[in-house]
Design a binder for this molecule. Structure first.
Ligand code: FE2
Length: 283
C-alpha cells in the first residue's frame, strides 16, 4: 500500500488527475491576477521583498477563503489510496522563491536542512509538494534519503512550538520578534551519496514523508518559482501510532492541533493527539 511505502521512506512523483486540475488552474489564476503587469515568475523576482510579501499574503487569503478549492483535490488523494474522510491538513502553504533569494541577508534559515518533525510536525506527516510554475532541477529542494532511518545530530531540542507561534508562526516575515525564532538544523552538513533534487512543473506533484531530511535549494534558474505544499496526516495512522520512528527529534509541542479534517474542519481529539505525541517522543 502506498502509505506503508511512504512510511518506509519511498517517495512518489506523478501528474495530477484531470478532475484535480481545477485546483491548479485556480491558484495559477490568483497568481496571474496579483502579478498582472507581466509574467509572475519575472515580476516577483523584480519587486521589493516587502511588496512580494504583501502580494503573497493576498493570494494566500484568497486560497484560504475559497472553500470549494480543496474539493478538487479529492480525486488526487483517492489516487493515492487516501480516504478524504480520514484526512487532516494544515493551511496550504503557497511559496514564492525569487531568483537569487539565497544571496539576500537573512535567507540562511530558509535553506536549513531539516526534518519537519524538528518543527513539531508529527513523525508520520506526509508532504505533498506541488509546483505551480516551472522548477528546474537544482532550483527546488533536495532530499537526503540515507538519513531516513539514521539519526543526525541537530538542535531541535531548542524548538518549542508555542514559542514559535508567539513569534509569528511558519509564514512570518515581518514579526517584531522574528529575530528570536529558532530554526532547527543539523550540527554538521549531511553527507549523502544518494541525495537527490526534486523539481517539476505545472501539473506535477511529489509526495514524501516529512520525516525525510530535506531542504530548500538555491534558486539559480533566473526566475521565481511558485509552489504549494500540503501537509497531511491520516487519522487512522495517528490513532494507531503508525509511521517512521523518531530518530533524532527533540522538539517540544505539536502542530497536530492545527491539522483540520479536510471535510469537516474538526481536529482530532485531545486524547488521541496527546497519546500520539507521547508515543513518538524520544526517551
Ligand atoms: Fe520541510
Amino acid at each position: 500500500m502506498l502509505l506503508e511505502s511512504l512510511f518506509a521512506g519511498e517517495t512518489f512523483s506523478g501528474r495530477f488527475p484531470n478532475p484535480s486540475f481545477s485546483f491548479l488552474n485556480t491558484i495559477k489564476q490568483y497568481i496571474n491576477e496579483e502579478f498582472s503587469e507581466g509574467d509572475p515568475v519575472v515580476v516577483s523576482s523584480q519587486i521589493s521583498y516587502f511588496e512580494l510579501t504583501r502580494r503573497m499574503k493576498q493570494i494566500r487569503t484568497r486560497i484560504y477563503e475559497d472553500q470549494s478549492l480543496k474539493l478538487y483535490l479529492f480525486p488526487l488523494f483517492e489516487s493515492f489510496d487516501m480516504d478524504p474522510d480520514d484526512l487532516y491538513v494544515d493551511l496550504f502553504r503557497l511559496r514564492c522563491v525569487p531568483a537569487g533569494f539565497h544571496m539576500a541577508s537573512g535567507s540562511e534559515s530558509v535553506l536549513y536542512i531539516h526534518r519537519d518533525p524538528w518543527y513539531a510536525n508529527p513523525e508520520n506527516q506526509i508532504n505533498l509538494w506541488i509546483p505551480i510554475t516551472l522548477v528546474k532541477p537544482g532550483a527546488g529542494f533536495a532530499i537526503y534519503p540515507s538519513y531516513f532511518s539514521t539519526p543526525i545530530s541537530n538542535n531541535s531540542h531548542l524548538f518549542d512550538y508555542s514559542h514559535w507561534m508567539e513569534t509569528g508562526g511558519f509564514q512570518a516575515s515581518t514579526h517584531s520578534r522574528l529575530a528570536e525564532k529558532v530554526f532547527p538544523k543539523p550540527d554538521a552538513f549531511p553527507n549523502d551519496p544518494h541525495r537527490f533534487s526534486v523539481s517539476g512543473d505545472f501539473g506535477d506533484y511529489f509526495l514524501f514523508s516529512s520525516h525525510h531530511l530535506h531542504g530548500t535549494e538555491e534558486n539559480n534558474q533566473g526566475f521565481s518559482r511558485f509552489s504549494l505544499e500540503i501537509r497531511l496526516v491520516l487519522g487512522e495512522a495517528i490513532r494507531n501510532h503508525r509511521g517512521p520512528k523518531n530518530t533524532d527529534n527533540h522538539s517540544t509541542g505539536t502542530t497536530l492541533f492545527d491539522m483540520k479534517h479536510i471535510k469537516t474542519g474538526e481536529i482530532l481529539s485531545q486524547d488521541i493527539i496527546q497519546n500520539y505525541v507521547k508515543s513518538s517522543a524520544l526517551l
